[in-house]
Every structure is written in C-alpha cells, then in structure tokens.
Design a protein around this ligand. Structure first.
Ligand code: ATP
Ligand code: MG
Ligand code: MG
Ligand code: MG
Length: 492
C-alpha cells in the first residue's frame, strides 16, 4: 500500500517525539507485571499505572516521565475489556491489537491534548475534518460526576461544529482500566467511513460505518476496590488509538482485515487451506462460515504469537486458560471450516513475525518456541475435537433431541470430558441455529464450581459425595474461600 502500517505507526511516534518533546517508551509485555487486577495488558496506560497513582519508586526512571509516547501490544480477551466474542463477527475488534498513545503526567492537560490529536489526524494524516465526530462526557448525576463542559469548549474553539460534538454517559465516556484502578472522563474521536451526510446518530452504535478511533482520557480519579472514587495526586492525560483502525482509514479500506497488517496472513491461510480465498463477507449468515473463519484464525494467531512470546502459555487458569480457549477456537476453525491439515496454525507464526517482528523483536526471537507450543497444544486437542463434533451431530440427530434446545448435559460433557471451551460450544451450536439449555448449564457450572472449591479447600484429588455432605457452603464462607459470580466466569 501507498502508506504502509509501519509508516502510520512511525508518523504517530515521530509526531509526539520530535514535534512535541515526548519520550518514546517501548511496549511492555502483554503479561501484566505485579497487577493482579488484570489478566492481560489491555491498554497503553497499564505500565504507567504507578505514575498515575503516585506510587512509582522515586528512584526509578519512570518517576521522571512527564511526556511519553508508545505503541503498546494489547490483548482484550478477558476481564473488564473482553472482545473475544466480537472477533470474526465485525471488522474492527481484535483480541490482540496495537494501541498508539501519548501521555502527560502532570504536564499538559485537556487543551494541548485535544489540539495535538486534531492536528495529527487532520494535518499530518490528512483525514478530512468533516468525517470526524467527537464525543465528550455528559456527566453522571448518580455518581456525582459533572459534565465535561471544559472539553466541549476546547473542541468548539478548535473548530469542531456543535452538531459533530456529542455528549455520552459513563459507559462510553468515562474510561476505566478494570474493576479498580485509574479512571476519568474521556473524549473520543470517531470516523465516518461514508461521508457526505450527517452521521451523528451512528456514533457509538457499533455501526461498521462510523468507528471509534481515538480515546483521550483525562485521568483524575482512582476507582478503589470498594468502588468509591478518590482524586489522584496529580491529573494526567492518557490517550489510546487503535493502529489497525487508523491504518484501515488511511489505506482507504472498510475493514481492518484489508490492510497490510492482515492481508499477508489471509494469503498464508489460503495457501494451507482447501477453501476459496477470503472475500470479506460479514453478517449473521456468515457466522461460522469461511470468511469469519479467516478472520478468527488471522486474529487468534497474532494473539497466540504475542502472548506465548511474552510467556503466557495455554494453560488451566487465568490468562493461560483464556489463551487455551483462543487456541482451541483457532484449531477448530482451521480444521473444520478451512479444512487445513495438522500443523497449519503454527505454520502461520513466521507470517506474524514478518508483519510485526521489526517492531516487537521478541516475535522473531521466540518464533521457534511459539511454533512448538502451538503444535503441541493443537495435537492435544485434535482427537477430542473430532469426538466432540461427532457427539454434537449425534445429539442433534437423536430421537429425544427437542428442536432448538441443546441438552446441557452434553454441552457440559463436551467441556469437562473433551476440553471444549464452553464459548466454542456456544458458537458451534449457534452456527446450527441451536441454543444450549442455558439455565441447566449454569446450574451444572455452579455445582462443579462448588465441587472445585471444596476440593481446593480439602486439597484432595477426588471428592466423595460424603465429603460434600460434610462441608457446607456456610463452612466454605467460614474458611474464607472466595466464590464470587465473577470467579465463575473467569474459571470457564
Ligand atoms: P470500542 O467501543 O470500539 O469497543 P473501546 O471504547 O472499548 O472501543 P478504548 O478502551 O477506548 O476502546 O481503547 C482506545 C482505542 O483502542 C479505541 O478507540 C480503538 O481505536 C482501539 N481498540 C479498542 N478495542 C479494540 C479492539 N478490540 N481491537 C482493535 N482496536 C481496539
Ligand atoms: Mg470496547
Ligand atoms: Mg467505545
Ligand atoms: Mg473508547
């Protein structure tokens, strides 16, 4: 392409570094360091959290940061920011993406941040201003948070017309890193892919035509574990723009997958598959079909490569369990939809390193290890996958199958005995227009969760019904075993 992704990334970093005196800080690994509130690094600001909170070691280099910029590897596949279910269905959400950002720690604030962002987009990248919409925080009476009129005025002064300046509430315009942590009102820039019309009503509606590109957060608070908001010791600016979405716009495409960040992968997938080339179809009729499979596999192999290179391996709990889930989804789409041979998924690793390895050299360094781990894990799942798919078919064809509702006991056995991620089971059933008996499945999950808690407490391998009778839920509470509904979600 005329403007390759590498140049888009470079222009951003140079703009803040050379023209506005920011220090270029490398991406942190996607495995969070010393932050149990996070499964994966999900935003550029994660590594700067100690500065925002005022807890950075004064002798550390970080403590001296005033203006920094970077391009951060982000994963949003679990916890507060979880986009796994969108991947493959839309053209803008990935489990792994790159977030371009600039920060001010107690240096500039709202006005300079907005002016720089606007100048970069409209002057340096040449995006027509009449394609852009800006949202700002409308305030929230219930939590006593005022509307961000100051930011609205700044945008008016910059020249954004009032009809393109839109107020939104907590959900859209108050950014939070996780269930706790730094947060604050934000102002976001959205792009209309069509143009020549008033598209204000499409902003923040998940429309494929009007897409959010840049978030400028004004960090003013910390969300405490008890959910109260405390003022931070100093105010900071924290911005994040999705590289894939920006490149999509600048390369004149309608889909992130049509940019040079993805097309080499889609080609490589075609080479190893036995299906037609990628053709970009989306929508309900495409769920589980070839084009969705291309997108899911291209997305997931990036995430697998980046995570494994950073030391998160497919495993049995937390982030590792999420990665195992991602790997199994990818294997399933490869084998069953794209009809690839064993080893196909891992054969894509060099293509990922080729696209991203110059910016994130660990992808080159770790390529062999990543390949081995993906192959091992694929081999583990392949025979279960076959058995499981047959079990689904057999169940749907059996005489006592009631139309449209899949028996929870079979779904549960796919998960427990064959290692199918439950979200993959859901997806495979959705493709056939079937839904699992959700209530009954939730009951089975809760029950098994209890059993697991008991066994953790007792630290024994197998539990007998007698033991279950002996220990009650009250007993567990007395022992201080945490068992929130949230824990349940993360576990499965
Ligand atoms: P969306 O509303 O589209 O889900 P978001 O509001 O959750 O995005 P932010 O947390 O504000 O996203 O992150 C800043 C920027 O990162 C977004 O404006 C977008 O450009 C990009 N981004 C967020 N999530 C993803 C994703 N899953 N894949 C690709 N880019 C993303
Ligand atoms: Mg989101
Ligand atoms: Mg949003
Ligand atoms: Mg946002």
């Amino acid at each position: 392409p005329e403007l390759p992704a590498a140049r888009v990334r470079g222009t951003f970093l140079d703009f803040f570094r050379k023209e506005h005196g920011h220090l270029l800080v490398p991406s942190s690994p996607v495995r969070p360091r010393g932050d149990p509130s996070l499964l994966f690094v999900n935003a550029g600001m994660n590594q700067f959290k100690p500065i925002l909170l005022g807890t950075a070691d004064p002798r550390s280099e970080m403590a001296s940061y005033r203006r920094v910029t970077n391009s951060q590897k982000c994963v949003r596949a679990g916890g507060k920011h979880n986009d796994l279910e969108d991947v493959g269905r839309d053209l803008t959400h990935h489990t792994f993406f790159e977030m371009l950002g600039n920060w001010s720690f107690g240096d500039y604030f709202k006005e300079e941040a907005c002016r720089m962002a606007w100048s970069l987009l409209t002057e340096h990248y040449g995006i027509p201003a009449d394609r852009l919409y800006v949202s700002y925080f409308a305030g929230d009476a219930a939590s006593g948070l005022p509307a961000d009129e100051e930011t609205r005025q700044i945008w008016l002064d910059i020249g954004v017309p009032p009809r393109r300046l839109l107020p939104f509430g907590l959900k859209e315009n108050f950014w939070e890193m996780g269930d706790s942590g730094p947060c604050g009102p934000c102002t976001e820039i959205h792009y209309d892919h069509i143009g020549g019309r008033d598209a204000a009503t499409l902003v923040n509606t998940d429309s494929p035509d009007v897409v959010e590109i840049w978030n400028l957060v004004f960090m003013q608070y910390n969300r405490e574990v008890d959910q109260s908001l405390l003022l931070l010791p100093q105010f900071s600016v924290d911005t994040g723009m999705g590289l894939e979405r920006l490149v999509n716009i600048l390369q004149g495409k309608r889909s992130n997958y049509d940019t040079d960040l993805f097309t080499p992968l889609l080609h490589a997938i075609h080479q190893i598959s036995r299906v037609r080339p990628y053709s970009g179809r989306t929508g309900a009729a495409d769920v589980g079909k070839v084009d969705m499979a291309y997108r899911v596999v291209a997305d997931h192999i990036r995430t697998l490569s980046v995570c494994i290179a950073d030391g998160i391996h497919p495993g049995m709990s937390g982030a590792e369990l999420v990665l195992r889930r991602i790997l199994r989804r990818a294997v399933r789409f490869c084998v069953e939809v794209l009809q690839t041979p064993q080893g196909a998924l891992a054969s894509l690793v060099p293509t990922v390193s080729h696209i991203l390895g110059d910016v994130y050299p660990e992808l080159h360094r770790e390529a062999d290890r990543v390949t081995d781990i993906i192959n091992e894990n694929e081999a583990h799942f392949l025979s279960s996958l076959q058995q499981g798919s047959r079990l689904i078919l057999r169940t749907l064809n059996s005489v006592d199958y009631k139309h449209g509702v899949f028996p929870a006991s079979v779904a549960w056995s796919l998960h427990r005995d064959l290692g199918f991620p439950l979200d993959l089971v859901d997806l495979m059933l959705e493709e056939r227009g079937v839904q699992v008996d959700r209530q009954e499945l939730d009951r089975l999950i809760t029950e098994s969760h209890k059993v697991k808690l008991y066994s953790d407490v007792l630290n024994v391998e197998t539990l007998t019904p007698v033991m279950l009778d002996v220990l009650s839920l009250a007993e567990l509470q007395r022992l201080g075993v945490p068992h929130t509904d949230d824990g349940l979600k993360y576990q499965y």
